[in-house]
Design a protein around this ligand. Structure first.
Ligand code: MN
Ligand code: MN
Length: 464
């Protein structure tokens, strides 16, 4: 090999290296990547915050976590979880050092964009039965028509019982659909703007067409649907008033691409960070500092509400930990560090112009650090400090993690936020770190397997 020139050597020394992480990947590493992603694909079959909370707790129990007990004392190495109303959960591994020296927090969210049923959803029109919905989170509404949909959630009955509903995922079960106009009659609809192509009140879910056999009663198709629901779940129309029923794409996680390097699924945002964070905290044994992993609800609607991270839930988990150790909780928060584990937009070759390519995250370039989000002049961001980014960068390089930086689109085009600001408002150092995604918030989102694995390695390193 020819000797390197002075310029080549200097460039090696001075330039920031950005490389596709799959370029020189070993067979052995790829094996680990795919194994981890098979487990992730199994995790993805749970689609709502309630289902993911339940599954996460079950996985954690297998790793020795127990339900938090206010009357118990906890020693270094102990593992417990705090279940917040079945929709959000925090996992704690008590460290050797007191919490006043800081805790290491990972925070991801487990709610995803979808359509929620309205309180009075069921109606009959034109001899068809439908559900009225209210979309949840930021969706491009036209993407949610003419695809198979499933119904997940709960009916909470007046007697206190809660009935789980999950129908439409199995191929032997029926599914649901939002209809759209045929192109032949869409001349007027086609003149609408894309964002208005399908309107909120047009997201009506088709649920049946078979009339109940009766000569006198009216709304017989609706009646028959209620009869089926009553037989299956013991509910009446009034029980919809105290239900949380979510309509989600009935699609299974699949490998994408002839080389199987990508995963397509509903709800990567943000289970693609929640799963690595969960597995990392599960595998954390006897850490120096206490490890906390919080899986939050309501991120997609702004984190408000008692299961969102704008609530005091996480604060109280840390306060309880401090009280048991007899240490000051404000000191603990001040010394704590957090990785806000959320996705960022990956550079899409078909839509490059929404990004500024020098600062955009790319698939297969590893876990992406997003120093700030926000809109316009960084409005609504928690811009991570240079010192904290230096800490994370050093940690990642020392561990040999493949990583990159990203931003949410070019300046003055849209923007967005994560839970980072709510954790930052507690006085904790925080930066966003997660997986780049294509087609974010669509019914079928795309991530790279390598990026998922590197995000897991990051979480593990952060909490060990
Ligand atoms: Mn997210
Ligand atoms: Mn999102």
């Amino acid at each position: 090999m020819a000797e390197k020139t002075v310029g080549e050597k200097l460039k090696e020394e001075l330039f920031l290296k950005k490389e596709n992480g799959l370029k020189d990947i070993s067979e052995e590493k790829w094996q680990k990547v795919t194994e981890f992603c098979e487990a992730y694909k199994a995790f993805l079959t749970k689609k709502t915050e309630r289902e993911v909370t339940k599954l996460s707790i079950n996985i954690a129990k297998e790793h020795g976590f127990e339900a938090y007990d206010q009357n118990k004392t906890y020693a270094a190495g102990d593992k417990y979880f705090v279940n917040n109303r079945g929709k959000s959960v925090a996992f704690v591994v008590v460290g050797k050092k007191p919490a006043s020296e800081g805790v290491q927090i990972t925070a991801a969210h487990i709610d995803s964009p979808r359509m929620d049923l309205k309180p009075n959803p069921l109606y009959e029109d034109t001899d068809l039965a439908l559900f009225k919905t209210h979309y949840y989170g930021g969706i491009k509404k036209y993407q949610w028509t003419t695809i198979p949909l499933a119904l997940h959630g709960v009916f909470a009955k007046k007697d206190g019982s809660v009935i789980d509903v999950a129908i439409g995922e199995d191929e032997n079960e029926p599914c649901f659909v939002v209809t759209d106009l045929l192109p032949h009659l869409a001349q007027e609809q086609s003149k609408r703007t894309l964002s208005d192509g399908i309107r909120g009140e047009e997201l009506n879910v088709l649920v049946g067409s078979l009339p109940f056999k009766d000569d006198k009663a009216s709304e017989l198709v609706k009646l028959n649907i209620l009869k089926i629901l009553n037989e299956k779940y013991g509910v009446t129309e009034a029980d919809f008033l105290s239900a949380e029923l979510e309509v989600v794409p009935a699609v299974k996680p699949r490998d994408v691409g002839l080389d199987r390097s990508l995963i397509g699924a509903y709800g990567h945002d943000d289970r693609v960070c929640a799963f690595p964070a969960l597995i990392a905290v599960c595998e954390t044994e006897n850490p120096e500092k206490t490890a906390v992993c919080v899986l939050a609800d309501k991120e997609e609607t702004g984190s408000d509400g008692n299961t969102g991270l704008a609530s005091d839930f996480l604060r109280f988990v840390i306060r309880d930990l401090c009280e048991k150790q007899g240490v000051d909780y404000t000191v603990a928060l001040r010394n704590s560090k957090c990785l806000s584990a959320d996705v960022n937009a990956g550079l899409d070759p078909t839509f490059k112009d929404v990004m500024e390519s020098r600062n955009a995250a790319k698939l297969n370039y590893g876990a992406v650090i997003t120093k700030y989000t926000g809109a316009r002049g960084k409005s609504g961001t928690s811009d991570a400090s240079a010192e904290y980014v230096a800490y994370v960068r050093n940690m990642l390089d020392n561990a040999g993690v493949i990583w990159q930086t990203g931003e949410l689109g070019r300046v003055d085009l849209g923007g967005g936020g994560t839970v980072a600001m709510y954790v930052a408002n507690m006085g904790v150092d925080v930066v966003d770190l997660g997986v780049p995604v294509l087609s974010m918030h669509a019914p079928f989102e795309i991530v790279s397997k390598l990026d998922v694995y590197e995000t897991y390695r990051t979480m593990l390193e952060f909490q060990k």
